[in-house]
Every structure is written in structure tokens, then in C-alpha cells.
Design a protein around this ligand. Structure first.
Ligand code: ADE
Ligand code: ZN
Ligand code: ZN
Length: 257
């Protein structure tokens, strides 16, 4: 019995370590979005988050994973479907996925009959899920669980393709979420911002799925990755964080007017 408990403990720890678009990534997205909220949205969000920032609330959806009573939300962090297919044509999971999760959060926030408590919960989830949507390995294929089953080496540390994109790359860059968020805001022109914010949720999920194909072909199983990989892919990583931020602002501005 004690062995089983210990085993489950390690399985839980390992799963968590493997599936979290890092705290820094989520906070960067929240930090960027915060700076692009309309006056009305800023006020509504501050009211629902008790004065806290989007960055602060962005990791809540990962924190509740520690509590089994929230397990129905764990499938909302990602979506897997065959490459070369559009989400709209894919078979949907009965447990939900990141697209259904985002739609549900939007619906709760737009429904004037939703309770304050439900709105708070779904806003926190929405902030997080828009971030996850932009991690290409959260829109990958099911056969390798979004890259979790593709083992790799990152310098001298064992990792996998999912974790490489969730956290290894961004942590290695060594900037705080504040610094990286500010950097990714100041380097964007008005025109680029408009292009990023164009399109629908379905366009965005498709874009991440196409990028997932590129990420899958960027490694060989068991490969030892070092500076060269970061040098090649950091721009893509930063672009995804930037898109997540500007699109989160767009979604919130649409919800709150
Ligand atoms: N579990 C199964 N597929 C996953 C994915 N794409 N991302 C995170 N966790 C997963
Ligand atoms: Zn992840
Ligand atoms: Zn997540």
C-alpha cells in the first residue's frame, strides 16, 4: 500500500513536470495582454481577479491539478489530433480539449446569469488556456501525447519534446516574465499587432498544429540538444508567447467590451 502511494506520488510529480507550459511562459502571455486591455476590460478583469494581474492568475489552472476534484479540467490544457488535419474535421475527445475549454470559459464570462464565483474561475482558466494553445506541443498528435513520449537530452538533463517546449527553452533563456513580456511588447509594430490579432480561434489552433509539425521534425529521438537548438528555435518560442499575449487581450476585450 505504501509502495502504491509512493508510486502514485512519483507518477503525479512526473506528469506535472512534463506537461506544464512553464510558469514564466504563462506569465509572459498574461503580462503582454494586461498592457493591451481596453479600459472596460481592465476594470472588469481587476474586479474578477480581486486586483491581481493576468500574469498572477495565469498559473491557477496548473495549480488546481493538485486537487482531484478539478480533474475534469485536465483535458482542457491541450488537444491532440492527426497531423495534416484541421481541428474542425477531427474526432473530438469526450473529455473536452483546449478549444472546447476556451469556448466554455468565454460562454460563462459572457452569460449575465453566471455567478461571480463561476466568472472568476473561468476567467483564470481562460487566461491560462490561451497560453497553452500557443505551445505547439499542446496542439500535437495523440500517439506520442503531444511529444511527452519523445525522449531527449537537454544539455546533461533528460527531457522530452513536450517539456523542452513547455519549460527547458524558456527557462534557459533566463529572463523574468516581466523582462521578456516588456521586450516582446516593445518590439511589435501596430501593423504586426493587427496581423497577430486577426483570425478566429480555429485559425489559431490550426497555426499551432502546423508549427507542431515543424517542432516534431526538429529533433531525432534520443538526441542531445544544446545551444544550437535554442539559437534556432528561440524566435519561434518568443513569437508564440507574443501571439498568446496579444490574442488573450483581444479575447478579453471582446468579452468585456
Ligand atoms: N497529455 C496527452 N496529450 C497531451 C498534450 N498534447 N499536452 C499535454 N499533456 C498531454
Ligand atoms: Zn505542457
Ligand atoms: Zn496548461
Amino acid at each position: 500500500m505504501r509502495f502504491l502511494a509512493l508510486f502514485l506520488f512519483f507518477v503525479t510529480i512526473t506528469c506535472n513536470a512534463n506537461t506544464l507550459w512553464s510558469k514564466t511562459g504563462h506569465r509572459v502571455t498574461g503580462h503582454i495582454a494586461q498592457k493591451h486591455l481596453s479600459r472596460k476590460a481592465k476594470k472588469a478583469v481587476a474586479n474578477l481577479l480581486d486586483g491581481h494581474s493576468l500574469a498572477f492568475a495565469s498559473t491557477f489552472a496548473d495549480e488546481i491539478k493538485a486537487d482531484r476534484s478539478f480533474s475534469k479540467y485536465s483535458a482542457w490544457h491541450y488537444v491532440n489530433y492527426p497531423m495534416n488535419m484541421r481541428y474542425e474535421d477531427s474526432e473530438k475527445s469526450e473529455y473536452g480539449d483546449v478549444v472546447m475549454g476556451i469556448e466554455k470559459c468565454k460562454a460563462v464570462l459572457q452569460d449575465e446569469n453566471s455567478s461571480h464565483k463561476d466568472k472568476v474561475f473561468h476567467l483564470k482558466l481562460l487566461i491560462h488556456l490561451i497560453g497553452d494553445l500557443h505551445q505547439p506541443m499542446h496542439v500535437g498528435r495523440g500517439s506520442d501525447r503531444g511529444g511527452n513520449d519523445i525522449q531527449l537530452q537537454w544539455f546533461d538533463e533528460g527531457t522530452n519534446l513536450h517539456r523542452l517546449w513547455d519549460s527547458n527553452l524558456i527557462n534557459a533563456y533566463g529572463m523574468t516574465y516581466y523582462e521578456l513580456g516588456d521586450e516582446l511588447v516593445q518590439s511589435v509594430t501596430k501593423k504586426e499587432k493587427r496581423t497577430i490579432q486577426a483570425g478566429t480561434l480555429y485559425d489559431w489552433v490550426h497555426e499551432s498544429h502546423v508549427l507542431a509539425a515543424e517542432v516534431y521534425q526538429s529533433v531525432e529521438v534520443g538526441e542531445k540538444l544544446r545551444y544550437q537548438y535554442a539559437y534556432t528555435y528561440n524566435d519561434l518560442l518568443f513569437e508564440q508567447l507574443q501571439k498568446g499575449g496579444f490574442r488573450l487581450a483581444k479575447v478579453l476585450n471582446e468579452i468585456f467590451g
